[in-house]
Design a binder for this molecule. Sequence first.
Ligand SMILES: [Fe+2]
Ligand SMILES: [Fe+2]
Length: 303
Amino acid sequence: MYHNYSYENALAASEKMRWNIEDVVGRGRKLDFTKPFLPESLARVEPLTFLTGREKLILNQIRGHAYLTMFGTVEEFILPFVMDHARPRLQDNDSRIRALLNFAGEEAKHIQLFKQFRKEFLAGFETPCNVIGPPSEIAAAVLSHHPLAVALLTLHIEWFVQRHYIESVRNNGELDSQFKSLLKYHWIDEAQHTKLDTLMIDSLAESYTPDEIVKAMEEYLEMGAFLDQGLTQQVQFDLESFTRATSRELNEEQIKEFNQVQLQANRWTYIGSGMSHPNFLATVNSLNPEWKNRLEQLAPAFC
Ligand SMILES: [Fe+2]
Ligand SMILES: [Fe+2]
Protein backbone atom coordinates (compact mmCIF):
# COMPACT_ATOMS: atom_id res chain seq x y z
CA MET A 1 0.00 0.00 0.00
CA TYR A 2 1.41 3.40 -0.97
CA HIS A 3 -0.35 5.25 1.88
CA ASN A 4 -1.28 4.64 5.53
CA TYR A 5 -4.61 6.49 5.66
CA SER A 6 -7.49 5.08 7.69
CA TYR A 7 -11.09 6.09 8.37
CA GLU A 8 -10.36 5.90 12.12
CA ASN A 9 -7.51 8.44 11.95
CA ALA A 10 -9.36 10.77 9.55
CA LEU A 11 -12.39 10.71 11.85
CA ALA A 12 -10.31 11.38 14.97
CA ALA A 13 -8.55 14.33 13.28
CA SER A 14 -11.82 15.76 11.99
CA GLU A 15 -13.37 15.60 15.50
CA LYS A 16 -10.29 17.15 17.10
CA MET A 17 -9.97 20.05 14.62
CA ARG A 18 -13.70 20.85 14.39
CA TRP A 19 -14.54 24.55 13.89
CA ASN A 20 -17.65 26.66 13.24
CA ILE A 21 -18.38 29.39 10.71
CA GLU A 22 -18.49 31.89 13.62
CA ASP A 23 -14.82 31.07 14.32
CA VAL A 24 -13.95 32.56 10.91
CA VAL A 25 -16.42 35.28 9.89
CA GLY A 26 -18.64 37.86 11.62
CA ARG A 27 -18.01 39.44 15.02
CA GLY A 28 -16.85 42.64 13.35
CA ARG A 29 -14.06 41.00 11.34
CA LYS A 30 -13.75 42.65 7.92
CA LEU A 31 -11.79 42.16 4.74
CA ASP A 32 -9.03 44.74 4.34
CA PHE A 33 -9.19 46.03 0.78
CA THR A 34 -5.77 47.70 1.06
CA LYS A 35 -4.16 44.21 1.04
CA PRO A 36 -3.90 41.40 -1.52
CA PHE A 37 -6.15 38.35 -1.01
CA LEU A 38 -4.33 35.73 -3.10
CA PRO A 39 -0.61 34.90 -3.11
CA GLU A 40 1.21 36.09 -6.23
CA SER A 41 2.00 32.48 -7.25
CA LEU A 42 -1.74 32.04 -7.93
CA ALA A 43 -2.73 35.58 -8.91
CA ARG A 44 0.20 36.32 -11.29
CA VAL A 45 -0.55 40.04 -11.55
CA GLU A 46 3.13 41.15 -11.43
CA PRO A 47 3.94 40.08 -15.03
CA LEU A 48 1.31 42.60 -16.19
CA THR A 49 3.82 45.45 -16.01
CA PHE A 50 1.50 47.93 -17.75
CA LEU A 51 -0.76 47.94 -14.65
CA THR A 52 -0.20 50.34 -11.76
CA GLY A 53 0.26 49.04 -8.21
CA ARG A 54 -3.34 49.86 -7.35
CA GLU A 55 -4.62 48.12 -10.49
CA LYS A 56 -2.59 45.02 -9.69
CA LEU A 57 -4.09 44.98 -6.18
CA ILE A 58 -7.62 45.25 -7.58
CA LEU A 59 -6.98 42.42 -10.04
CA ASN A 60 -5.57 40.31 -7.20
CA GLN A 61 -8.77 40.87 -5.21
CA ILE A 62 -10.96 40.02 -8.23
CA ARG A 63 -9.02 36.76 -8.52
CA GLY A 64 -9.52 36.18 -4.79
CA HIS A 65 -13.25 36.58 -5.22
CA ALA A 66 -13.26 34.10 -8.11
CA TYR A 67 -11.19 31.65 -6.01
CA LEU A 68 -13.81 31.65 -3.25
CA THR A 69 -16.64 31.28 -5.70
CA MET A 70 -14.87 28.44 -7.49
CA PHE A 71 -14.69 26.49 -4.23
CA GLY A 72 -18.35 27.16 -3.54
CA THR A 73 -19.03 25.75 -7.01
CA VAL A 74 -16.93 22.58 -6.84
CA GLU A 75 -18.21 21.79 -3.36
CA GLU A 76 -21.72 21.68 -4.81
CA PHE A 77 -20.74 18.47 -6.59
CA ILE A 78 -18.43 17.10 -3.89
CA LEU A 79 -21.22 17.17 -1.27
CA PRO A 80 -23.76 15.00 -3.19
CA PHE A 81 -20.94 12.78 -4.43
CA VAL A 82 -19.78 11.97 -0.89
CA MET A 83 -23.38 11.42 0.24
CA ASP A 84 -24.06 9.04 -2.65
CA HIS A 85 -20.86 7.17 -1.81
CA ALA A 86 -21.84 6.93 1.89
CA ARG A 87 -25.49 5.85 1.41
CA PRO A 88 -24.86 2.20 0.40
CA ARG A 89 -22.07 1.90 3.01
CA LEU A 90 -24.01 2.54 6.22
CA GLN A 91 -23.13 -0.82 7.71
CA ASP A 92 -19.95 -2.79 8.45
CA ASN A 93 -17.62 0.04 9.42
CA ASP A 94 -18.81 2.63 11.95
CA SER A 95 -15.72 4.83 11.60
CA ARG A 96 -16.11 4.92 7.83
CA ILE A 97 -19.71 6.13 7.88
CA ARG A 98 -18.96 8.72 10.58
CA ALA A 99 -15.87 9.96 8.71
CA LEU A 100 -17.84 10.25 5.44
CA LEU A 101 -20.73 12.06 7.14
CA ASN A 102 -18.28 14.52 8.72
CA PHE A 103 -16.73 15.00 5.28
CA ALA A 104 -20.17 15.84 3.79
CA GLY A 105 -21.03 18.10 6.74
CA GLU A 106 -17.74 19.97 6.38
CA GLU A 107 -18.35 20.59 2.67
CA ALA A 108 -21.86 21.90 3.45
CA LYS A 109 -20.22 24.21 6.02
CA HIS A 110 -17.66 25.38 3.44
CA ILE A 111 -20.39 26.16 0.89
CA GLN A 112 -22.12 28.36 3.48
CA LEU A 113 -18.83 29.96 4.55
CA PHE A 114 -17.83 30.85 0.99
CA LYS A 115 -21.28 32.35 0.34
CA GLN A 116 -20.92 34.55 3.41
CA PHE A 117 -17.43 35.66 2.37
CA ARG A 118 -18.68 36.44 -1.13
CA LYS A 119 -21.43 38.64 0.31
CA GLU A 120 -18.87 40.53 2.40
CA PHE A 121 -16.53 40.85 -0.57
CA LEU A 122 -19.21 42.30 -2.82
CA ALA A 123 -20.33 44.73 -0.09
CA GLY A 124 -16.77 46.06 0.23
CA PHE A 125 -15.65 45.91 -3.40
CA GLU A 126 -18.45 48.18 -4.69
CA THR A 127 -18.51 47.11 -8.37
CA PRO A 128 -19.97 43.72 -9.40
CA CYS A 129 -17.78 40.70 -10.28
CA ASN A 130 -19.20 37.93 -12.45
CA VAL A 131 -18.29 34.28 -12.11
CA ILE A 132 -18.94 31.14 -14.12
CA GLY A 133 -21.91 29.01 -13.14
CA PRO A 134 -24.53 28.47 -11.97
CA PRO A 135 -23.03 25.94 -9.52
CA SER A 136 -26.00 23.55 -9.86
CA GLU A 137 -25.43 23.26 -13.64
CA ILE A 138 -21.69 22.66 -13.24
CA ALA A 139 -22.41 20.08 -10.53
CA ALA A 140 -24.91 18.25 -12.76
CA ALA A 141 -22.36 18.17 -15.63
CA VAL A 142 -19.62 16.77 -13.37
CA LEU A 143 -21.87 14.22 -11.66
CA SER A 144 -22.94 12.78 -15.03
CA HIS A 145 -19.43 11.24 -15.27
CA HIS A 146 -18.03 7.92 -14.06
CA PRO A 147 -17.94 7.87 -10.21
CA LEU A 148 -14.22 7.07 -10.22
CA ALA A 149 -13.58 10.06 -12.51
CA VAL A 150 -15.53 12.33 -10.14
CA ALA A 151 -13.56 10.92 -7.19
CA LEU A 152 -10.28 11.63 -9.01
CA LEU A 153 -11.29 15.21 -9.79
CA THR A 154 -12.26 15.66 -6.12
CA LEU A 155 -8.91 14.28 -4.99
CA HIS A 156 -7.12 16.58 -7.47
CA ILE A 157 -8.98 19.61 -6.02
CA GLU A 158 -8.37 18.71 -2.39
CA TRP A 159 -4.66 18.15 -2.95
CA PHE A 160 -4.28 21.54 -4.63
CA VAL A 161 -6.00 23.20 -1.66
CA GLN A 162 -3.26 21.69 0.52
CA ARG A 163 -0.56 22.79 -1.87
CA HIS A 164 -1.79 26.39 -2.21
CA TYR A 165 -1.95 26.87 1.55
CA ILE A 166 1.34 25.19 2.46
CA GLU A 167 3.42 26.55 -0.42
CA SER A 168 2.18 30.10 -0.68
CA VAL A 169 -0.30 31.18 1.99
CA ARG A 170 0.87 29.88 5.38
CA ASN A 171 4.06 31.98 5.59
CA ASN A 172 2.82 34.89 3.52
CA GLY A 173 2.86 38.10 5.59
CA GLU A 174 1.34 40.33 2.92
CA LEU A 175 -2.14 38.86 2.58
CA ASP A 176 -5.28 40.23 4.20
CA SER A 177 -5.52 38.39 7.53
CA GLN A 178 -9.24 37.65 7.20
CA PHE A 179 -8.87 36.07 3.75
CA LYS A 180 -5.83 34.17 4.97
CA SER A 181 -7.77 32.89 7.96
CA LEU A 182 -10.50 31.57 5.66
CA LEU A 183 -7.91 29.69 3.60
CA LYS A 184 -6.39 28.28 6.79
CA TYR A 185 -9.66 26.92 8.17
CA HIS A 186 -10.53 25.44 4.80
CA TRP A 187 -7.10 23.79 4.61
CA ILE A 188 -7.61 22.19 8.06
CA ASP A 189 -10.73 20.28 6.96
CA GLU A 190 -9.42 19.50 3.49
CA ALA A 191 -6.37 17.76 4.98
CA GLN A 192 -8.69 14.93 6.09
CA HIS A 193 -10.68 15.04 2.86
CA THR A 194 -7.60 14.18 0.78
CA LYS A 195 -7.23 11.00 2.85
CA LEU A 196 -10.92 10.11 2.64
CA ASP A 197 -10.90 10.71 -1.13
CA THR A 198 -7.96 8.34 -1.43
CA LEU A 199 -9.82 5.70 0.61
CA MET A 200 -12.97 6.21 -1.49
CA ILE A 201 -10.91 5.71 -4.64
CA ASP A 202 -9.36 2.51 -3.20
CA SER A 203 -12.81 1.17 -2.49
CA LEU A 204 -14.30 2.21 -5.86
CA ALA A 205 -11.34 0.84 -7.83
CA GLU A 206 -11.84 -2.65 -6.32
CA SER A 207 -15.12 -3.00 -8.18
CA TYR A 208 -13.89 -1.89 -11.62
CA THR A 209 -12.04 -3.73 -14.39
CA PRO A 210 -8.77 -2.24 -15.75
CA ASP A 211 -10.72 -1.06 -18.85
CA GLU A 212 -13.22 0.76 -16.70
CA ILE A 213 -10.40 2.42 -14.78
CA VAL A 214 -8.96 3.68 -18.08
CA LYS A 215 -12.42 4.99 -19.01
CA ALA A 216 -12.56 6.85 -15.68
CA MET A 217 -9.12 8.37 -16.33
CA GLU A 218 -10.30 9.54 -19.76
CA GLU A 219 -13.36 11.12 -18.19
CA TYR A 220 -11.18 12.85 -15.61
CA LEU A 221 -9.35 14.48 -18.54
CA GLU A 222 -12.66 15.37 -20.23
CA MET A 223 -13.69 17.17 -17.06
CA GLY A 224 -10.31 18.92 -17.05
CA ALA A 225 -11.06 20.21 -20.58
CA PHE A 226 -14.52 21.32 -19.40
CA LEU A 227 -12.91 23.15 -16.48
CA ASP A 228 -10.38 24.75 -18.84
CA GLN A 229 -13.24 26.17 -20.95
CA GLY A 230 -14.78 27.58 -17.79
CA LEU A 231 -11.47 29.20 -16.85
CA THR A 232 -11.22 30.86 -20.28
CA GLN A 233 -14.67 32.35 -19.66
CA GLN A 234 -13.66 33.37 -16.11
CA VAL A 235 -10.68 35.35 -17.43
CA GLN A 236 -13.11 37.34 -19.61
CA PHE A 237 -15.32 38.00 -16.59
CA ASP A 238 -12.27 39.08 -14.57
CA LEU A 239 -11.23 41.50 -17.32
CA GLU A 240 -14.74 43.00 -17.33
CA SER A 241 -14.72 43.25 -13.52
CA PHE A 242 -11.28 44.87 -13.67
CA THR A 243 -12.42 47.46 -16.26
CA ARG A 244 -15.51 48.27 -14.19
CA ALA A 245 -13.54 48.60 -10.95
CA THR A 246 -10.63 50.67 -12.29
CA SER A 247 -12.14 52.48 -15.31
CA ARG A 248 -8.88 51.60 -17.07
CA GLU A 249 -9.32 50.78 -20.75
CA LEU A 250 -6.56 48.42 -21.90
CA ASN A 251 -5.41 48.52 -25.53
CA GLU A 252 -5.53 45.48 -27.81
CA GLU A 253 -1.96 44.41 -27.06
CA GLN A 254 -2.49 44.71 -23.30
CA ILE A 255 -5.74 42.74 -23.44
CA LYS A 256 -3.91 39.97 -25.28
CA GLU A 257 -1.23 39.85 -22.60
CA PHE A 258 -3.82 40.05 -19.81
CA ASN A 259 -5.69 37.08 -21.27
CA GLN A 260 -2.55 34.98 -21.78
CA VAL A 261 -1.05 35.59 -18.34
CA GLN A 262 -4.33 35.25 -16.49
CA LEU A 263 -5.46 32.11 -18.33
CA GLN A 264 -2.16 30.44 -17.44
CA ALA A 265 -2.48 31.68 -13.84
CA ASN A 266 -5.95 30.13 -13.64
CA ARG A 267 -4.71 26.92 -15.25
CA TRP A 268 -1.98 26.57 -12.64
CA THR A 269 -4.37 27.43 -9.79
CA TYR A 270 -7.14 24.94 -10.66
CA ILE A 271 -5.58 22.35 -12.99
CA GLY A 272 -1.77 22.16 -12.94
CA SER A 273 -1.29 22.39 -9.18
CA GLY A 274 -3.65 19.41 -8.68
CA MET A 275 -2.66 17.30 -11.69
CA SER A 276 1.05 17.52 -10.83
CA HIS A 277 0.66 17.01 -7.06
CA PRO A 278 2.88 14.04 -6.06
CA ASN A 279 0.19 12.49 -3.83
CA PHE A 280 -2.44 12.77 -6.55
CA LEU A 281 -0.04 11.14 -8.99
CA ALA A 282 0.69 8.37 -6.45
CA THR A 283 -3.01 7.51 -6.39
CA VAL A 284 -3.19 7.54 -10.20
CA ASN A 285 -0.11 5.30 -10.24
CA SER A 286 -1.88 2.82 -7.95
CA LEU A 287 -4.72 2.62 -10.50
CA ASN A 288 -2.69 2.62 -13.70
CA PRO A 289 1.05 3.52 -13.89
CA GLU A 290 0.83 4.41 -17.59
CA TRP A 291 -1.72 7.10 -16.80
CA LYS A 292 0.55 8.55 -14.16
CA ASN A 293 3.18 9.05 -16.89
CA ARG A 294 0.57 10.50 -19.22
CA LEU A 295 -0.56 13.07 -16.63
CA GLU A 296 3.05 13.99 -15.86
CA GLN A 297 3.53 14.76 -19.53
CA LEU A 298 0.30 16.78 -19.76
CA ALA A 299 0.68 18.81 -16.55
CA PRO A 300 3.34 21.33 -17.71
CA ALA A 301 0.81 22.86 -20.14
CA PHE A 302 -1.21 23.87 -17.06
CA CYS A 303 1.65 25.13 -14.93
FE1 LIG B 1 -14.09 22.27 1.14
FE1 LIG C 1 -13.11 19.02 0.83
